[in-house]
Design a binder for this molecule. Sequence first.
Ligand code: TYM
Length: 341
Amino acid sequence: MTRVFSGIKPTGHLTLGNYLGAMRRWATVDQHRAEALFCVVDLHALTVDHDPARVRRVSRQAATLLLATGIDPGLCTVFVQSHVDEHARLSYLLECVATDGEMRRMVQYREKAARERDRGGSVRLSLLTYPVLMAADILAHRTDEVPVGDDQRQHVELARDIAARFNQRYGHTFVVPRATHPEVAARVMNLQEPSSKMGKSDDSGPGIVYLLDEPDVVRRKIGRAVTDSGQDVRHDREERPGVTNLLEILAACTGGDPEALAGTYSSYGALKKDTADAVVEVLRPVRDRHRELCADPSYVEGVLRDGAARARAVARPTVDAAYRAIGLLPPVPEPALNAAR
Ligand code: TYM
């Protein structure tokens, strides 16, 4: 059976971009057709300046939201990355296979490091090595498919390269994974700055729709979205980035085609209103279920406990095999009790 793995990083409140680009497919498609694991990748949240209490809070919220989107622990495995040691254990081995040139070429590293330096801050080494930990997340579980938004394309490509290189040097150990992306809304843009991605850790609140925003907040943000100087409603990323973003969001929420939808609008106002209505309807059940789950934290804890046990059982044999393959001595087993007597 196909194995699917994907993750979400608790660096901020989850956004409409996370939902349309990744989480919605996990719940509606992937968990039903594959052996799926979904992970709150909390170690990745430590690569930038962070508040420990906030990381804990946002991690719990992300796990609860995963379940609120319809991810069913009866069908798949939901867990927190730091509860399964195999991820960090494998990451070091993969650092011995990846090169520093590969790390420095990663677009997300370059952008985030530049932003950090502009602020006068220092760049954590873990920000550079982050894609190796991500490769470990994927490869530890012998993943076939990684359903992600467009921004993760380069990272999954790196995981493929590392897997292939390891297999070639040390013998076949890992499955070489491939990324899958949604047909529309693979890159939801910031409503105020349609040339940049809608990212959860950005500062620009008015341009970001959060999954837990109240309906009137969603309507206000979409109503104030930056549109383009022309008047016609066209699907054109270069010339009409703001309108194209709204068309993509509307299409993703209603199941339509963004180019066909463009022909049905003659004003930006009507497009904004319909997009806001569609987003509010898509998020309503998620918010409702999130509220119910928050009333029962022990249920979420139980899901994460069972999920970690299952994920450990999946990952351990592969990570152990990688330790052997790369040349590390197996640990000497404890003598059997009878033999010791
Ligand atoms: P993260 O937490 O930034 O995002 C989680 C998922 O949401 C997608 N996404 C978007 N899709 C469309 N439009 C957007 N504006 C948008 N913003 C985010 C992301 O593509 C992603 O699929 N490095 C990963 C986390 C990770 C991971 C992994 C993913 C760590 N290990 C292993 C897959 C497999 C990240 O930062 O995602």
